[in-house]
Design a protein around this ligand. Structure first.
Ligand SMILES: CC(C)(COP(=O)(O)OP(=O)(O)OC[C@H]1O[C@@H](n2cnc3c(N)ncnc32)[C@H](O)[C@@H]1OP(=O)(O)O)[C@@H](O)C(=O)NCCC(=O)NCCS
Length: 302
C-alpha cells in the first residue's frame, strides 16, 4: 500500500534542540527494529566542511499541521574529497522513496561543496549495504571493525619504555608531520585533520616518546558508555619492535586507572597488523561498518 503522504526534505547545517530530539527518536526506533546502528552521529568536530548543510530531514505534514520526521540523512567530510553519508528511514514508511529523496539531496549538497566521492555508511549486520549499493551504483570500498574490551589493569611490559605526552595546538607542526609519516597522508590533509583533532575539546591527543624519540601517536575520546581509541600509529621505521603494543598497553592502563568500563577501537578489516595487535590485547569484534563508494562527478544516482 502506498500512502499519499506529503513528504518534503529539509536541509539544515545543524539540528536545533527539537529537531535533534526527533532524530534521536527516529534513530532509536530504527536501531531497535533493525538491531543495527544506523551510524547517525551528532559529533561534528571532525567535519572539515562546517558550513555545508549536513542534516536532511524527510518530514510528512500531518493533517494537524504537525511535521513528523520519517527519515534522516547526515553527511560529513572527514578530509580529502570524500563525504560520508548515513541515513535511516522509519520502518513503517520504507519502500516509498524516502531514502532515495534524502540521498539525492545529500549528494547534490556534496557535489556543490566540491566533494568528489560519497561513502554510504551501512551497518554490516543489517544487510542494507548491498541494497543501497544496487540502488545508487555504489561499490564496496572497505569494512571497519569495531573492537572492544574491558580495561582491567594489565601487565604492561613496555610501559617503562614509553611516555605519553599530551599534544596541544602549539605542537601542530610536529603532530601533523608525524601523522603524515605514520598514516601516509598528504601534508595538507594531515595538518587539516590534526588541527581538527587538537581543536576538539572532547578528544585527548598524545604523542608517544621513547629514548629513540617520537615513536607514535594515539588519541582518546569519551563516549556515552566507554572510551574510544583513535589514530594509534607507530612511525614506520620503529614498527614490529613492540611500540604499538606498548602504546596500547599504556592507554588501556590510563583508562583503567580512570575507572573506565569499556574501551573500543575501530580498524579497517584489511589491516592485518593492527587486527593482530588488538586481538593480542584481548579486543573482540563487536560490530562491522561497511563503506560503499560512489563517484560524484557527473553521476545522477537516485
Ligand atoms: C598497527 C601498528 C600500530 C602496530 O605497531 P607496532 O609497533 O608495529 O606493533 P608491535 O611491534 O607492538 O606488535 C605487537 C603485536 O601486534 C601484531 N602485529 C603488529 N604488526 C603486525 C603486522 N604487520 N603483521 C602481523 N602482526 C602484526 C603482532 O602480534 C605483534 O607481536 P609480535 O611482533 O610479537 O608478533 C603499526 O603497524 C602502525 O602504525 N600502522 C600504521 C597505522 C595503523 O594502521 N594504525 C592502526 C589504526 S586502527
Amino acid at each position: 500500500m502506498i500512502l499519499a503522504l506529503d513528504v518534503a526534505v529539509r536541509a539544515l547545517v545543524a539540528p536545533g534542540d527539537g529537531e535533534r530530539r526527533d532524530v534521536e527518536r527516529l534513530v532509536a526506533v530504527c536501531a531497535e527494529h533493525d538491531r543495527a546502528d544506523p551510524g547517525i552521529r551528532f559529533d561534528t568536530a571532525l567535519n572539515l566542511k562546517g558550513d555545508m548543510p549536513a542534516w536532511f530531514l524527510a518530514e510528512a505534514r500531518e493533517p494537524s499541521g504537525h511535521r513528523r520526521v520519517l527519515g534522516v540523512a547526515r553527511i560529513f567530510a572527514p578530509g580529502g574529497d570524500e563525504g560520508e553519508l548515513s541515513a535511516c528511514v522509519d520502518p513503517l514508511f520504507r519502500r516509498q522513496g524516502i531514502f532515495r529523496a534524502l540521498s539525492s539531496e545529500a549528494l547534490a549538497v556534496m557535489r556543490s561543496a566540491g566533494l568528489k566521492e560519497a561513502l554510504y555508511v551501512a551497518d554490516g549486520k543489517a544487510g542494507f549495504g548491498p541494497l543501497v549499493a544496487g540502488h545508487v551504483g555504489a561499490t564496496l570500498s572497505h569494512v571497519e571493525l569495531l573492537m572492544e574490551r574491558k580495561p582491567e589493569k594489565i601487565l604492561c611490559p613496555y610501559c617503562g619504555t614509553i611516555r605519553l605526552a599530551p599534544l596541544g595546538m602549539r605542537d601542530i607542526e610536529q603532530a601533523s608531520e608525524a601523522s603524515a609519516d605514520i598514516f601516509d597522508e598528504a601534508p595538507d590533509e594531515a595538518r587539516a585533520f590534526m588541527e581538527s583533532c587538537l581543536a576538539d575539546p572532547d578528544r585527548e591527543q598524545y604523542a608517544a616518546w621513547s629514548d629513540r624519540g617520537l615513536v607514535g601517536l594515539v588519541s582518546l575520546a569519551e563516549e556515552t558508555d566507554g572510551w574510544m581509541v583513535f589514530g594509534l600509529g607507530i612511525v614506520p621505521e620503529l614498527r614490529r619492535a613492540g611500540y604499538g603494543g606498548a602504546v596500547l598497553d599504556a592507554v588501556i592502563t590510563v583508562l583503567a586507572n580512570r575507572g573506565v568500563q569499556t574501551v573500543r577501537i575501530e580498524v579497517d578489516s584489511s589491516n592485518e597488523g593492527a587486527l593482530a595487535l588488538y586481538r593480542s590485547r584481548g579486543f573482540a569484534e563487536k560490530a562491522r561498518t561497511e563503506y560503499w563508494r560512489l563517484t560524484l562527478d557527473g553521476t545522477t544516482a537516485c
